[in-house]
Design a binder for this molecule. Structure first.
Ligand code: FES
Length: 152
């Protein structure tokens, strides 16, 4: 029997189907959610229920710069919540969202393995240690400036 989304036509494969879509496309679009619902024979509300329950799933494309704020214990005690709050406020988006210019996405992450540098932020794979809101703001302004100057 022909398979779609890399899973059999069986409602119990809903999570696996969503994981496969995200792995391939980076996020789950409205069209994909509707197609999965139809293929597996589950209500669309159930697809969205699962997709929003698990933090691993994204319902929008990620930005060019994915800013991941560590929420591990070492970072937490050194103020990572303040960093996250600052970031949400500065960019005007919530965790898991992307700015309207498509540049920045905020994500929360467990320990990044650089606890000695806490609090830690990772942007597109680069670790920035001993962060504070001022340093983070300067970094974002610099990245934005590079975009506006055409330096990619
Ligand atoms: S707790 Fe943040 S890097 Fe380990």
């Amino acid at each position: 029997m022909e398979q779609k989304f890399g899973v059999p036509k069986d409602p119990s494969y809903l999570i696996k189907a969503l994981q496969n879509i995200q792995e391939e496309k980076g996020y789950i679009s409205k069209e994909d959610a509707m197609e999965v619902a139809e293929y597996l024979g589950v209500p669309l509300t159930q697809v969205y229920g699962v997709a929003t329950f698990y933090e691993q799933f994204r319902l929008q494309p990620r930005g060019k710069y994915v800013i991941r704020v560590c929420q591990g214990t070492a970072c937490h005690v050194r103020g990572s919540k303040t960093l996250l709050d600052f970031l949400k406020d500065f960019l005007g988006i919530d965790v898991g969202e992307t700015t309207s210019d498509g540049l920045f996405t905020i994500e929360r992450v467990a320990c990044l393995g650089a606890c000695a540098l806490a609090p830690v932020v990772e942007i597109n794979g680069t670790i920035y240690g001993k962060m504070n809101p001022d340093k983070l703001r300067d970094l974002i302004i610099k990245l934005k400036g590079a975009e506006n100057n055409g330096c990619k």
